[in-house]
Design a protein around this ligand. Structure first.
Ligand SMILES: [Zn+2]
Length: 263
């Protein structure tokens, strides 16, 4: 997807499936019947897994790193490095890996068997997520094992800042304590990579819906409202971490309601 002079390339790793009515619900009752097009025949929400590649100046940046070599009933990954190679990018070319947050389906290719996968990269994440997923006494041992090898190449942040020319990090906490969106801008055009601020396009139309994965549901809801309001009926593009095909779109008002419309 072109944003001014920059190009953002979706890098697909695989697919996840979650029973929609179990993981994402409207307050006050089941409203999935209003969004049948977002479910498969089994009532599953199909989640694309992966990340985004952005080249800017002399930097080659990955935003999130897929789910990794996982094959179970829900998640199936493994295509990330091949998809990256298809763009002409080798692991050693990547200068920065920036995370929207540290859930397993975003850090799959951060490390493999105790070694960093992108050997020259600086790995960047919000302080609050590193504290929550790695340094906390009750942190999940699997997450700690996966993420601890990053420590030597890690840079944490706790505020909005410019990561690289045309790439800004903007903390949007709620889904996790350090959830961060990335704003790509060039020549007056913008695209927001919002991570898991919304898991399904439904959440941009209906920001009050609640995802079981949100660590702080009230904060997550507030951020969804704020971003949807900011994006609605503008030229800004938006892509989330799991929208089908990692597609970009716009938030548009149609009658009384909002919709995510792919471009
Ligand atoms: Zn996710």
């Amino acid at each position: 997807m072109k944003v001014g002079d920059l190009e953002i390339v979706p890098i697909v790793d695989g697919t996840g499936r979650e029973y929609a009515r179990e993981v994402l619900s409207a307050p006050g009752g089941d409203r999935w019947a209003c969004h049948p097009d977002q479910l498969d025949d089994h009532g599953d929400l199909v989640l694309t897994l992966g990340g985004f590649l952005l080249r800017t100046g002399d930097r080659t940046v990955l935003v999130d790193a897929g789910v990794g070599r996982i094959h179970n009933d829900h998640y199936d990954g493994g295509g990330f490095l091949e998809a990256l190679a298809a763009t002409g990018t080798a692991p050693g070319d990547v200068t920065d890996v920036v995370f929207t947050h540290l859930h397993f389906d975003h850090v799959g290719w951060a490390t493999s068997r105790g070694e960093v996968v992108f050997p020259r990269a600086t790995y960047r994440v919000h302080t609050a997520d590193w504290a929550h997923f790695v340094d906390a006494p009750d942190a999940d041992p699997g997450a700690v094992r996966k993420l601890a090898p990053l420590r030597e190449r890690l840079e944490v942040f706790d505020a909005e800042h410019t990561v690289a020319p045309g790439l800004d990090a903007r903390p949007t906490p709620g889904h996790t304590p350090g959830s961060t969106s990335y704003v790509v801008s060039s020549r007056g055009e913008r695209a927001l990579l919002i991570g898991d601020v919304a898991h399904s396009v439904v959440e941009l139309a209906e920001p009050d819906w609640e995802a079981v994965f949100d660590v702080d549901p009230a904060a997550a809801r507030a951020i969804r409202h704020r971003l949807a309001d900011e994006l609605a009926d503008t030229d800004d593009l938006v892509a989330a971490a799991h929208f089908p095909g990692l597609a970009f779109g716009r938030v548009v008002t149609v009658g009384e309601s909002r919709r995510f419309v792919t471009v």
